[in-house]
Write a protein that binds this ligand. Sequence first.
Ligand SMILES: Nc1ncnc2c1ncn2[C@@H]1O[C@H](COP(=O)(O)OP(=O)(O)OP(=O)(O)O)[C@@H](O)[C@H]1O
Ligand SMILES: Cc1cn([C@H]2C[C@H](O)[C@@H](COP(=O)(O)O)O2)c(=O)[nH]c1=O
Length: 213
Amino acid sequence: MLNPIFISFEGPEGAGKTSVLNTLIAELKMQFGNDLVSTREPGGNPISEAIREILQPEEDNGMDKRTEALLYAAARRQHLVENILPALAKNKLVISDRYVDSSLAYQGGGRDLGVDNIWQVNQFAIDGLLPDLTIYLDVPVELGLARVNENRQGKIDRLDKESLAFHQKVRKTYLKLQSEFSDRIKIVDATQPLDKVIDDTRTLINHILEEKS
Ligand SMILES: Nc1ncnc2c1ncn2[C@@H]1O[C@H](COP(=O)(O)OP(=O)(O)OP(=O)(O)O)[C@@H](O)[C@H]1O
Ligand SMILES: Cc1cn([C@H]2C[C@H](O)[C@@H](COP(=O)(O)O)O2)c(=O)[nH]c1=O
């Protein structure tokens, strides 16, 4: 790896991030070995994982929505300082399952806190560090939630249980961000068969790897 590269993955519930990342991280690990750092938000280190536990209990814990936004930003700050920046400083390829666009979409859009307000809070946290590429897996809310409810073996968390209207606002915000920042945020149609979603995503990753080499 000659140059540092930062890629984030985004999407509403059930878009297939986990499935796509499982395949592509395994492939990239073969290619890059220890030069690949695969991480997730909220999480990646003990402090951010502890915040994740507070943010994602199975039952509603009565959390105020601004508190929620601040905790995601705090977890992100620690993730940046402890995981992302040190890896980029060593010219690694960093792939994060979610980053700042999640807060813009979920807290800014879904929770109606406003994208501009969430940008402000997060600018303090990320200090200008945006991904080189953000891959947004897009799926209609009904299909994503149906996938989650029908297929997923893991726990259903607090946000999975939010209303349809909440998830519609999340997706609408993602689509708006994608059209506003189309140089950075690339959309993949996640209604396609999984193999095709993986192919399209791989193409985007190969493109940025070539561009940055
Ligand atoms: N393109 C696809 N076509 C059909 N089923 C899919 C597709 N992508 C994912 N799935 C299925 O949908 C379910 C949810 O997928 P996955 O856990 O990868 O999504 P996710 O985006 O990580 O979800 P969440 O963010 O809510 O955890 C899984 O059972 C997975 O097999
Ligand atoms: C980073 C971040 C995450 N969220 C929400 C979005 C999801 O519901 C969960 C993360 O779980 P997943 O397995 O990656 O789907 O957390 C959020 O609301 N705001 C954020 O900034």
